[in-house]
Design a protein around this ligand. Structure first.
Ligand SMILES: *[C@@H]1O[C@H](CO)[C@@H](O)[C@H](O)[C@H]1NC(C)=O
Ligand SMILES: *[C@@H]1O[C@H](CO)[C@@H](O)[C@H](O)[C@H]1NC(C)=O
Length: 476
């Protein structure tokens, strides 16, 4: 059977065992991926599923000459000029062979980033296999990219851990996703409505124009399946004290009457939520930085089609798009590559001006350090934040109110749990029930939820929403 790597542009060449990076996919291969997905999405597994303990330890980085620019292609490693030893230790300290210190973070279960000696290194963890089954070799990486802090002097590298980790076979998923149309479960909608009063459910007729797979892609897709989301870090007394100065209710759509949040969009049938959340963040940050002088709408297709740091319509993560991609390559206006919701070849108008991010990171500094208090503070002080959370069946039917997971399943087409990315724009407390909530901007159109937005329970890490918020600074 066709073996397809879900990483965009990754090794389709299953015959070679050599470490390669993620070259751009030709249209044909994209079609092959989509075809394979239609058949097998069903058992979609995260190809790389590496955990903190797999990555923590001492690594040898083999790095090429530092003479490239941001167009550097690392499919082939090239001659190794620098050999570095980096020790990655708890919680986020990286140390080189001379004792110089830097930082590191996991990027979900996909790979890791090291920032040390004024350079930044990122590579995806190595795996073999496809959507149906895969094995992660977390003690080595695909070829990755390194560049200095000023985004010059690019090189390629590959990393190998000095101690072996046991290859990790990703879990098998039982349920299947037939290619037939998605069907609303009206009984579930009534059950949700009847079981609680925090939120209301509704059957969206527009969901039935999608297939079951497409509904799966809309909530994250196979590239965003996250078997073990991190837990929030306990809040320190200082973090709690600082939060006590924040307002009880806050919303970037109405800060003393001014809206800094761009319009709700619709990602359609592509697993591009992480790109929509990323661009929505950069759009809002740009409005804030320019007092609404610049109201750009950024091209989501550019990142879907052109970034080697994501899996296109198969999923990805905001850290690598609103963060690393926006620093490395920048983002462009929507007109420069209008949205098609397909894994098209990269076709961005090269004459378009690009907008860049200067710095980025997980709220709390590294993956696993996030919590409610830090999110509140970062949201009010810095602006809207992409967040990830788990989408269960009942969430798709959200109409309004403060969502929490009820446990009801869609009997016609129960879907696998995915990590969906949306933009956190506000928070508050319900005046009649006292229930605390977050307000988020989704990318399922303005006719879903509360005008395209939803509220979700706050303070209890509902669906993991307090475990992976992300911050970025845009250059206006
Ligand atoms: C680093 O980049 C600068 C600017 O592109 C270039 O002039 C310089 O030669 C590069 N250094 C190395 C070691 O290639
Ligand atoms: C769900 O509840 C809301 C409000 O209680 C109501 O307007 C709506 O008709 C209900 N929908 C269904 C399908 O029961």
């Amino acid at each position: 059977m066709l073996s397809v790597q879900p990483q965009r542009g990754s090794v389709i060449r299953t015959s070679t065992k050599s470490i390669t990076t993620l070259p751009s996919l030709s249209i044909m291969l994209v079609r092959a991926v989509l075809l394979a997905v239609c058949v097998t999405l069903v058992r979609s597994d995260t190809p790389a599923n590496c955990l903190y303990e797999d990555i923590r330890g001492t690594w040898t980085f083999q790095e090429t000459e530092r003479s490239g620019d941001s167009s550097l292609n690392c499919d082939q490693l090239g001659p190794v000029v620098h050999t570095k030893t980096f020790t990655l230790s708890f919680p986020d300290t990286a140390t080189d062979e001379l004792g110089n210190e830097g930082t590191w973070t996991m990027i979900y279960n996909q790979g890791f980033e090291v920032n040390i000696n004024e350079r930044s290194y990122f590579a995806f963890s190595y795996y073999e296999g496809d959507f149906t089954s895969s094995t992660s070799f977390c003690d080595r990486t695909f070829n990755g990219w390194s560049r200095d802090k000023t985004v010059r002097n690019w090189s390629c590298f590959s990393a190998q851990k000095n101690t072996k980790t046991t290859p990790r076979v990703t879990r098998k998923v039982k349920n299947s996703l037939p290619t037939r149309a998605f069907k609303n479960d009206h009984k579930m909608v009534e059950e949700i409505n009847g079981s609680q009063t925090s939120w209301r459910a509704k059957a969206y007729p527009q969901h039935e124009k999608y297939t079951v797979e497409e509904m799966f892609l809309r909530a994250g897709g196979p590239g965003s399946v996250l078997p073990s989301p991190p837990s929030p870090a306990p809040a320190t007394p200082q973090q709690k004290a600082r939060v006590s100065f924040l307002p009880e209710n806050f919303d970037w759509r109405d800060v003393e009457g001014v809206n800094y949040v761009s319009d709700v969009r619709d990602q359609a049938s592509c697993g591009s939520c992480y790109v929509f959340a990323s661009m929505a963040q950069l759009e809002a940050r740009l409005r804030m930085a320019t007092r609404n002088q610049r109201q750009d709408v950024f091209s989501t297709q550019d990142a879907v089609s052109c970034s080697t740091l994501s899996q296109g319509c198969m999923g990805g993560f905001a850290y690598l798009i609103a963060g690393r991609y926006a620093v490395d390559q920048g983002v462009v206006a929507e007109e420069c590559n209008p949205y098609t919701a397909l894994d098209d070849a990269c076709d961005t108008d090269a004459s378009c001006a690009r907008t860049y991010v200067s710095q980025y990171g997980y709220v709390g500094g590294y993956y696993g350090a996030c919590n409610e208090e830090l999110m509140l503070q970062a949201l009010v002080e810095n602006g809207p934040l992409p967040v990830g959370y788990m989408v269960y069946d009942d969430f798709r039917n959200y109409e309004g109110g403060i969502y929490h997971h009820t446990g009801f399943k869609n009997d016609f087409n129960p879907l696998e749990l995915t990590s969906h990315a949306v933009l956190l724009v506000g928070y508050g407390v319900d005046s009649s029930t006292g229930e605390k909530y977050w307000t988020c901007k989704n990318s399922w159109g303005a006719d879903w939820g509360e005008g395209g937005f939803f509220r979700i329970r706050r303070g209890t890490n509902e669906c993991s929403i307090e475990s992976m918020a992300f911050d970025a600074t845009v250059i206006p």
